[in-house]
Design a protein around this ligand. Structure first.
Ligand SMILES: C[S@@+](CC[C@H](N)C(=O)[O-])C[C@H]1O[C@@H](n2cnc3c(N)ncnc32)[C@H](O)[C@@H]1O
Length: 211
C-alpha cells in the first residue's frame, strides 16, 4: 500500500503519542512567532501550542483524511494538504517548524533530505526546527525486524508493519547528518510509547537555521 493511502486509511483510528517538550520549545520560540507543523496529522500538537498561547499556527500533511479529521476537531486552525516535500509558502515564511514523528514515516533517505531542505527554505534566518522521532532499539523484537527488512530497504532500521506501512527507526549518525545545516540548540535522548503501544528509543532535537 502506498504510504499516503495508509495514513488516509487510519486517520480516524490512530492516536499519536510522542510527547512535546513545550518547556524547551518556549525557550526558543516567542509567543507571537509564526509556526508550521509539518506532518501535523489531526493537529494534536497545534492544539497543544494553542493552549500554550501560540496563535500563528498552520498545519500541513499529505493525508487528506488526517487534515479532514483535524479540521473537524479544531475548525479554527489553518490546515493545508500538501505533497510530500513541497510547501506552498515563500522562502523565509516561518519562525519555527515542528516535525513530530514524521521522519519515521519516510523510509527513503532522499525523501527525508528533501523534506528537511524544504523546511529550511521556508524557515526564516535564525528560525528554529523542532524534531522528535524514533531511534534504533536493541531488543530482540526490533533487531529481528531490522535484519529482516535491511536488504529490501537498503537500511538497517526500516521495516514493514503488518497493518500496511513502512516505518523507520534511525541511527543517531543519520539524525546528525540531516540536522547538520542547523546550529544545534538542544538534544535529548528519550523513550517513547509508539502509536501501537510499544516502547521505542527516541530523541528531541532543536536547531537554528543559520544560513
Ligand atoms: C505518526 S503521524 C504524526 C502526526 C503528528 N505530527 C503528531 O505527532 O500528532 C505522521 C504524520 O505524518 C504524515 N506524513 C507522513 N509522511 C509524510 C510526508 N512525506 N509529507 C507530509 N506528511 C507526511 C502522515 O500523514 C501522518 O499524519
Amino acid at each position: 500500500m502506498e504510504q499516503k493511502h495508509y495514513w488516509d486509511k487510519v486517520a480516524y483510528d490512530k492516536e499519536f503519542t510522542t510527547g512535546f517538550r513545550m518547556n524547551v520549545f518556549k525557550q526558543y520560540v516567542h509567543i507571537d512567532n509564526r509556526i508550521l507543523d509539518y506532518g501535523c496529522g489531526y493537529g494534536r500538537t497545534l492544539n497543544q501550542l494553542f493552549e500554550a498561547g501560540y496563535t500563528h499556527l498552520i498545519g500541513v500533511d499529505f493525508s487528506e483524511q488526517m487534515i479532514k479529521r483535524g479540521r473537524s476537531l479544531w475548525g479554527t486552525f489553518k490546515f493545508e494538504i500538501i505533497e510530500s516535500g513541497r510547501l506552498p509558502y515563500e522562502d523565509d515564511s516561518f519562525d519555527a517548524v515542528v516535525l513530530i514523528a514524521v521522519l519515521t514515516c519516510i523510509p527513503d533517505d532522499i525523501e527525508q533530505i528533501k523534506v528537511i531542505e524544504e523546511i529550511k527554505r521556508v524557515l526564516k534566518s535564525n528560525g528554529v526546527i523542532y524534531i522528535n522521532d524514533f531511534l534504533l532499539n536493541e531488543d530482540e523484537r526490533n533487531v529481528s525486524r531490522y535484519q529482516k527488512f535491511s536488504e529490501k530497504y537498503e537500511n538497517y532500521g526500516t521495516f514493514e508493519l503488518k497493518e500496511g506501512v513502512v516505518v523507520r527507526h534511525h541511527d543517531t549518525k543519520w539524525i546528525d547528518k540531516i540536522s547538520s545545516s542547523f546550529e544545534d540548540l538542544y538534544y535529548e535522548p528519550t523513550v517513547y510509547t509508539t502509536m501501537n503501544g510499544n516502547r521505542s528509543n527516541g530523541f528531541v532535537y532543536m536547531g537554528r537555521n543559520i544560513e
